[in-house]
Write a protein that binds this ligand. Structure first.
Ligand code: AHG
Ligand code: MN
Ligand code: MN
Length: 346
């Protein structure tokens, strides 16, 4: 819950580190006990450790698939998926600022033992490494996270229901993009800010204040290789993009595609295919956090049935969803195609 007060001024004339920014912003929250601040800092530390490993991935024996491993969704686990997952859990465990986590790489939720007498009110969900099929070819990957306040009493263990909340209930969400530079982008529902890692001082420094997504863009982002497997409305929309001379950009790491769209505008879609009739991307730790960020920056995120992503009621941890996300005018334009051509009841 946010206080209707003004935001603590953030200096504009000097470097502001992520830690300073988080601490200054903490005063804007009703539950300003420092827990959320601590959680965001833990994630920042984990991001630096993962970044270090991603950067030297070609030098050490950490690329490629993990031995015989597949996650609960049946995807092959890369060694760095496993590494990033372990580091995030470790960092969150050390401070005890959250009581449980859920990850793409774990079938079930994991309880975090309390540290001392601290009672934690938060749960954290994440995709430790998004786009991990890109690792071996040196293309950008990311980490996505979402933080919720637990429903259950802080006196007992967290339950899976603490995680099955609509995206509207997110207290904070963000991503880290390990790209040409490493950047951490997050929101607590008061706009979106980005922090670029300065490797010379080992700190994330405020680099993009109050990010706003352009209303329109010149790029669309979709795995067009599945064109013939898409429903009619999606094929018609893709034809329209081509007619309009929109450029096609698709990295295969949703974080990277969304980051480009946040800065340059555009639209990303992952509709249903024959292989993934309900969409491929996971609602809780891919779609919801990115939808929260994009909406906070002035964009839109809906599914193929035109429902707002953030309002979808999750039924299970690893639930998938279709998604259309990006610049508001482009999402509206696609919506018109769905309304016109969809065979499904909307
Ligand atoms: P992950 O590496 O966490 O499994 O996520 C990959 C996701 C997403 O990042 C990307 O946009 C999409 O899968 C790519 O899927 P396709 O190869 O089917 O296009
Ligand atoms: Mn992913
Ligand atoms: Mn992943």
């Amino acid at each position: 819950m946010k206080k209707p007060t003004t935001t603590t001024p953030i200096p504009t004339n000097r470097i502001v580190t992520l830690d300073e920014f988080i601490i200054r912003s903490e005063k804007d929250f009703d539950y300003a006990t420092g827990e959320l601040t601590g959680l965001l800092r833990d994630i920042g530390v984990a991001a630096k450790i993962v970044n270090r490993e991603v950067n030297k991935a070609g030098l050490v024996n950490i690329t490629g698939a993990a031995d015989g491993a597949a996650n609960t969704s049946g995807d092959t686990q890369q060694k760095l998926d496993v590494y990033a997952n372990e580091k995030l859990i470790e960092c969150l465990q050390n401070s005890g600022e959250c009581c449980a986590i859920a990850s793409e790489e774990n079938d079930d939720i994991q309880l975090i033992p309390p540290v001392g007498s601290k009672k934690s009110h938060y749960v954290v969900m994440f995709d430790p490494l998004d786009g991990s099929s890109n690792i071996d070819v040196n293309v950008s990957v990311g980490t996505i996270f979402a933080i919720y306040r637990r429903h259950s009493s802080a006196d007992g263990p967290a339950t899976v229901d603490d995680f099955l909340q609509t995206g509207l209930k997110q207290v904070a969400a963000g991503y880290v993009l390990y790209g040409t530079s490493t950047i951490l982008v997050y929101t607590t529902g008061r706009g979106v800010n980005a922090f670029t890692l300065d490797p010379s001082i080992g700190e994330f420094c405020l680099s993009h204040r109050n990010m706003r997504i352009p209303n329109n863009g010149k790029f669309y982002s979709v795995n067009q290789g599945y064109y013939s497997k898409f429903d009619l409305e999606m094929r018609r929309y893709i034809d329209h993009c081509s007619d309009q001379n929109y450029g096609l950009r698709y990295i295969g790491s949703m974080v990277s595609d969304i980051h480009r769209i946040l800065i340059q505008g555009g639209i990303f879609l992952y509709p249903s295919t024959r292989k993934y009739p309900k969409g491929k991307l996971r609602l809780l730790y891919e779609c919801n956090p990115l939808a929260f960020i994009v909406e906070q920056a002035g964009g839109k995120a809906i599914n193929s049935q035109l429902r707002r992503i953030l309002e979808l009621e999750p039924k299970e941890l690893h639930q998938r969803s279709t998604i259309v996300i990006g610049s508001p005018d482009m999402v509206d334009e696609l919506q018109a195609f769905i309304e016109r051509y969809s065979a499904l009841p909307l």
